[in-house]
Each structure stands twice: as structure tokens, then as C-alpha cells.
Design a protein around this ligand. Structure first.
Ligand SMILES: Nc1ncnc2c1ncn2[C@@H]1O[C@H](COP(=O)(O)OP(=O)(O)O)[C@@H](O)[C@H]1O
Ligand SMILES: [Mg+2]
Length: 287
């Protein structure tokens, strides 16, 4: 287990390295040859239209799906195809888009369940540390999780992961269905401060503009492939950012507040940046 917070390694190795991952359901590939890396203390975001394969990619990185090909290295160790609990033991935390807490249980019980890999004597101290990081949960310990707001539940889900002091945290659309103020709090405060503490963060977000504002590097996935890999600044500078990179009719900020049915998947050929902008040519996964 790493110390709290996870420390960058002295030689600056990546925390997560994903090489040429192809994964799908059964033998049908959905994600084709995706490569990316996440260095210690940085936020890497993955954006893209609904159905692009973002969640499928995350499932392959977190032991929910076995990759059909490719390799995943966590802190230098090959963890390709490892099960979720092995990955948790190896320092990987994962907050799925839904199903991330036990609604009938109390906040305290949820945090204790997050500590399932720890010796009993270590649990209370670890939960105290999580409550220092997420003080909003402190007065809620005895409440049943189902009585929390959506944002409070998401913070609880993040807290459950932090109990194990992960080196690497993978978040799948942590702000979906949340009000803008709560989304801002989660991304701009909590995700940023986790990264500042040394944790590597891989963030899938529908609020593309917010994700750009806090990330160090961004991958745009379209139709199962990384179409664009870029620092966030040039993407943010694009006019009609949301339309270009999410296939949304509205701006990226608006898109995040709509139901998924309001988002139209984009086709790779519809992304002008892919065809006409040489800055993005051939940049799949090679930061
Ligand atoms: N459990 C599943 N079984 C079969 N196909 C699935 C499953 N989950 C998602 N898919 C398909 O995989 C594709 C990518 O989905 P997903 O990874 O959820 O996209 P995103 O997270 O980018 O919205 C979609 O076409 C979706 O229908
Ligand atoms: Mg998804």
C-alpha cells in the first residue's frame, strides 16, 4: 500500500500505462487499440460522444472486462486482465458511473466496506483521513446513503475508494446528473486536490469544458478509438468545442446538463479537427 498521499516515484515513471488495448463484450471489439498514460499527480481526461466506448475502456482497466489484446501497467507492474480486487490491492481505485455505493447502508458502513482489504485496526484511522479530505461526509456518518443528495453520494463513492489510499483513481462521469455547482466542487476542488497530493487521475467526463480546465492531457474518443490526444488548451480554444468533440448540439457545458438522449453521437468523419487540423493528425495516444 502506498503512503497517504501516494508519492510520485523518484524516476517520474507513469502510474498507469495503457498499451494498444482492444476490448469489447464477448469477442466483439468496441474499443480498438487505445493507448494512454497517466503520470503521478496529473489528471488525464477522456471525453467523447455517448457510445464512444469510454466506459468500456475503463471496465478493461479496472478488471470488469478482460482486454482482447493489449497491456495495462500499473506503477510498472503488468496488471492486464487482473480482477477488480487484485487491482484495488495494487492501488487502483475506480468510481463507476453508477452502482458505486450501497444505498441501504449508512455512510459509515459504506466507508468501512471500502476498507475491506485493510486490517481491522487500520480502518478507523483511514476513515478519519478520508473525512479530513471530504469533511462534508463527517456529519452524515449515521445517515443512510439513500438519503444523500446525488453529489453527496458521489463524494461518498470517492471516499470509499480513498479509504484504500489508491495510487491511481479512475472516475467514470463523476458529475453526471449533478447540479453545476456540485459538479464544479467535485472537479475543480476534489479531483484537483487529489492530483496535487500525488494521485494519478483518469477522468471520463461529459462536462468536457470543465474537464479541459482541470486536466493536464486529454484524449477524445470517437467510435471506439482515440481520435485526438492533446493538451487541453488548443481544444478549449476551438470555437463550437462541444459540437466538435462531443457531437452535442449545444455547448459542452450545456450538454452535461442534458439527459443522454439529448446528445447525438458524432461520427469520426464529422470532426473537422480530425480531417483538417494538422495539429491533431496521428496523435492517438502518443503524448
Ligand atoms: N454490457 C454491454 N454489452 C454489449 N454492448 C455494450 C455493453 N455496454 C455497452 N455496450 C456498447 O458498447 C458501446 C460503447 O458503450 P460505452 O463504453 O458505454 O460508451 P460511452 O461510455 O462512451 O458512452 C455502445 O455501442 C454500447 O451499446
Ligand atoms: Mg459511459
Amino acid at each position: 500500500m502506498p503512503t497517504w498521499p501516494a508519492e510520485p516515484t523518484a524516476d517520474g515513471r507513469e502510474c498507469l500505462a495503457v498499451h494498444d488495448i482492444t476490448v469489447g463484450y464477448g469477442t466483439v471489439p468496441i474499443v480498438h487499440g487505445v493507448s494512454l498514460t497517466v503520470s503521478w499527480g496529473t489528471v488525464v481526461s477522456v471525453i467523447g460522444p455517448n457510445g464512444a466506448g469510454k466506459s468500456t475502456l475503463l471496465k478493461a482497466l479496472t478488471g470488469r472486462l478482460k482486454p482482447l489484446s493489449g497491456r495495462v501497467l500499473l506503477d510498472g507492474a503488468d496488471v492486464t486482465g487482473a480482477a477488480g480486487n487484485e487491482l484495488a490491492r495494487a492501488g487502483l481505485g475506480y468510481v463507476p458511473q453508477s452502482g458505486d455505493i450501497f444505498a441501504p447502508l449508512t455512510v459509515q458502513d459504506n466507508l468501512e466496506m471500502g476498507a475491506y482489504l485493510l486490517p481491522r485496526r487500520a480502518v478507523a484511522e483511514r476513515i478519519d483521513k478520508v473525512l479530513e479530505t471530504l469533511p462534508i461526509l463527517k456529519p452524515m456518518l449515521k445517515r443512510h446513503a439513500k438519503t444523500l443528495s446525488g453529489g453527496e453520494r458521489k463524494l461518498l463513492a470517492i471516499g470509499r475508494c480513498l479509504v484504500l489510499q489508491p495510487k491511481m483513481l479512475i472516475l467514470d462521469e463523476p458529475t453526471s446528473n449533478l447540479a453545476p455547482a456540485m459538479a464544479h466542487l467535485i472537479l475543480h476542488e476534489h479531483v484537483v486536490s487529489l492530483a496535487r497530493s500525488g494521485t494519478a487521475v483518469l477522468l471520463v467526463e461529459q462536462r468536457a469544458r470543465d474537464a479541459m480546465e482541470i486536466c493536464d492531457w486529454c484524449h477524445v474518443m470517437v467510435a471506439g478509438r482515440v481520435a485526438i490526444s492533446s493538451a487541453p488548451e488548443p481544444l478549449l480554444a476551438e470555437q463550437d468545442f462541444g459540437e466538435l468533440y462531443l457531437g452535442a448540439r449545444a455547448s459542452a457545458g450545456d450538454a452535461a446538463d442534458k439527459e443522454p438522449a439529448d446528445l447525438e453521437p458524432a461520427d469520426a468523419a464529422d470532426l473537422p479537427g480530425l480531417r483538417h487540423d494538422s495539429r491533431y493528425a496521428g496523435t492517438g495516444g502518443d503524448e
